[in-house]
Design a protein around this ligand. Structure first.
Ligand SMILES: [Zn+2]
Length: 111
């Protein structure tokens, strides 16, 4: 994982627009972590916990451990140029008014 991040840094291309980022230029490193959340609520299955456990164990046995790990936790390291960084931050702060919003004429809002 860490090695990969290092390679990404040397790639020096903006993840979003593909712009070359020559050495010494301003780059932004974005780290995204996606992991499974747990709200503390365990849903009691109809078939009973023991059967559910058996089910789960079987699933784990059949799954690729890497896939399983990815489902629980994944980390991305992205390199962005300044303008893509600005856009990303803007989209995170204002997800409802992103730059790709479909323009609607006045009076054409769907109710
Ligand atoms: Zn860019």
């Amino acid at each position: 994982m860490e090695q990969q991040a290092g390679e990404d840094l040397k790639g020096r291309k903006c993840f979003r627009c593909g712009k070359e980022l020559p050495p010494g230029s301003l780059i932004y490193v974005t780290q995204i972590r996606v992991f499974a959340g747990f709200d503390g609520i365990l849903l009691e299955p109809e078939e009973g916990i023991e059967q559910q456990l058996e089910h789960l164990l079987k699933q784990v046995e059949e799954s690729n451990p890497e896939d399983l790990e990815k489902e629980v936790y994944q980390e991305f390291t992205l390199i962005l140029c300044k303008s893509c960084r600005d856009r990303l931050v803007d989209e995170i702060e204002h997800p409802w008014e992103g730059p790709f919003q479909i323009r609607r004429g006045p009076g054409r809002f769907i109710h």
